[in-house]
Write a protein of this length. Sequence first.
Lengths: 142, 142
Amino acid sequence: MKNDSTLKEAGLKVTHPRVKILELFQSNPHSHLSADDIHNSLIKKDENIGLATIYRVLTQLEEVGLIQKNHFDDNSSSYEIKKQHHDHLICNVCGKIIEFTDDDLEELQEKISKRHNFVLDTHVMTLFGTCTNGECNSNKKD
Amino acid sequence: MKNDSTLKEAGLKVTHPRVKILELFQSNPHSHLSADDIHNSLIKKDENIGLATIYRVLTQLEEVGLIQKNHFDDNSSSYEIKKQHHDHLICNVCGKIIEFTDDDLEELQEKISKRHNFVLDTHVMTLFGTCTNGECNSNKKD
DNA sequence: TTCCTTGCAAACGTTTTGCATCGGT
DNA sequence: ACCGATGCAAAACGTTTGCAAGGAA
């Protein structure tokens, strides 16, 4: 219900696929989902929404700034619900993705850009490593 | 000729496609080339090397650490000859790619990783902006 | 009723693979 | 001679598009 107004405010018609996809992101705010992940999740919920529609909706949701597209690897893109700006730490072993922010980092990026006569627009920073928490055994992805 | 030993030392047979591809990178050390870029460059030089071979060679050269794969956008991957570690600044207007290193940045990444109980392996940091040098008019890519 | 949206299937561009042939060592 | 490397064509993969039917305003 809340999503109805979110979509309207964004200038998008309230349609079943859009609502369902938005709900999926909101029910798991830290998830990073590919189009295929979303497709499968929806099928499990007996929501038969075509993959093409999912791609179209994801593009639109990104255009209006409700979600954010990432390409952590070259196989496929993933999307997450748009929150404050952040970067990512990805565990090479268990696939866990941690979101973080760091003010020093933001500052440093500005400094580097200026040094090279660039006006900074956006940036991507992804750290790959191994998480040393107990959880890093299973192969679950977030 | 020099590439013959480079390849041998890496444990790869010295074959025509491998030598030619390696030469291409060395003749332009700051280039960031896709498989297709390489294919076209070689065709211009009357080197008819199959695209499949180029992909195979690129994968092997990356495996032995002679080149590095980047995925700046989600259309295709690009490769560059492996140099000291560096990050990238990309101009959204003219496509120019600047390579840079920053010790503070490296330090900061270690700090962030530790804070989240990660053992850092690698990272990707790409800044997107607009370059304010005079050159940023043409549409040439590096 | 009017467009926008959807589903399906077909098209797309990039990358990978199967297979027969070729070529370093 | 051996086994890996190559070329070609076909397949695979994620993603996009054309089109006719359906649905929100």
